[in-house]
Design a protein around this ligand. Sequence first.
Ligand code: MN
Length: 199
Amino acid sequence: MAFELPPLPYAKDALAPHISANTLEFHYGKHHQTYVTTLNNLTKDTPLADKSLEEVIKAVAGDSGKVPVFNNAAQVWNHTFYWNCMKPGGGGKPGGKIAGKIEKAFGSYEKFAEQFKTACTGQFGSGWGWLVAEKGELAITKTPNADLPLIHGQTALLTCDVWEHAYYLDYQNRRPDYVQTFLDHLVNWDFVEKNLAGA
Ligand code: MN
């Protein structure tokens, strides 16, 4: 069974003006689609084609002969996760259990936001900023390129894509402004709460 591009959880113009329909046209319609297509081409007629996306990622992680499979499979996963991390009218301080966990781990929502922003802006080149759960504790991490918490014994709770293709059309080189907008207007805390419950 071929890997598929999951539908976006909202319309392409739903995150505007923070993330434009133009960005989603390219980021979802071209970049994410290309990772799916490439993954299918790379796994066609191999035992990997019948595995779940998570199984593929775990099976090829660290295998120097399967780097392209890992990169494309992980990028398919990362992007699907990232779309769900956002919603129209999202962002700001969360409620729910995640609020207490954030306060315990970072001292306050404001300190969390500052550290998350630092991780996202401090990732040199392409990659991802993350809020993760590891052994019941929350932590902020960053990963280069396609790397992801799944292969580091962590559960992803929230991510921000900091590849230039995520923000360049709307923010050009202003990655800090994009990350601040992500935190203030886009984070889907309901999705984070759901991920926390499964951690
Ligand atoms: Mn991306």
